[in-house]
Design a protein around this ligand. Structure first.
Ligand code: GAR
Length: 206
């Protein structure tokens, strides 16, 4: 029988709160045009893997060091994607930059969430807490989150959704990170994933 939903792989590296937002959105029906088929982590100790287990979602660990380098690492990811007939890849706190050859294989099929308003505080070296440190150091009054397609330029692909978050007096990078997640990332990532999957299903490509 034909799949009526887009098949999703979520790539993670850490705590997995964005993965949790996707799982919750799937359970509540916010995401109804896509379904998470596998969670892939580059770290065996990522708490995100426990979240996937708790939700009954299949997991895989792909260790770059163990595999001996980027090429083998990305080939292993590709093999898992093919085996699971994945339509879209969602990077949810995935802390590895994918090579140009990898991203070119999946044009507008990889979705990333970034914790700033691109084009501010993005690109190589800007990930996790570092993004919020940079925003506070610069002294911006507004930051936020961006969901975008991934291409060969780090954080450079077409923007799908953005949401602004105000800086508050006395913000620390940690406090700001939490607020950006709560007020922006956990909302716009599931919405963006649903809108991309809905368009995909409607287009009849599947
Ligand atoms: C999130 O803030 C995500 O936007 C960021 O790392 C955090 C992961 O948290 N990603 C990047 O900085 C990628 N450039 P999570 O594991 O709890 O979802």
């Amino acid at each position: 029988m034909k799949d009526e939903k887009a098949r999703l792989a979520v790539l993670v590296s850490g705590g997995g709160t964005n993965l949790q937002a996707l799982i919750d959105a799937q359970n509540s029906g916010v995401i109804h045009s896509g379904s998470i088929r596998i969670v892939i982590s580059n770290r065996a100790d990522a708490f995100a893997l426990k979240r996937a287990d708790a939700a009954g979602i299949k997991t895989a660990v792909v260790d770059k060091k163990q595999l001996g380098g980027v090429e083998a690492f990305e080939s292993a990811i590709k093999a898992i994607l093919i085996e699971n007939k994945i339509d879209y890849i969602v990077l949810a706190g995935f802390m590895c930059i994918l090579s140009e050859s990898f991203t070119r294989s999946y044009p507008e099929r990889i979705i990333n969430v970034h914790p700033s308003l691109i084009p501010s505080f993005c690109g190589k070296g800007f990930y996790g807490l570092r993004v919020h440190e940079a925003a506070l150091e610069y002294g911006v009054k507004v930051t936020g989150a961006t969901v975008h397609f991934v291409n060969e330029i780090p954080d450079g692909g077409r923007i799908i959704a953005q949401k602004a978050v105000y800086i508050e007096n006395g913000d620390t990078p940690e406090a700001l990170q939490q607020r950006v997640m709560r007020e922006a990332e956990w909302i716009i990532l599931p919405q963006a994933v649903e809108s991309v999957c809905a368009e995909f299903i409607e287009s009849g490509v599947k």
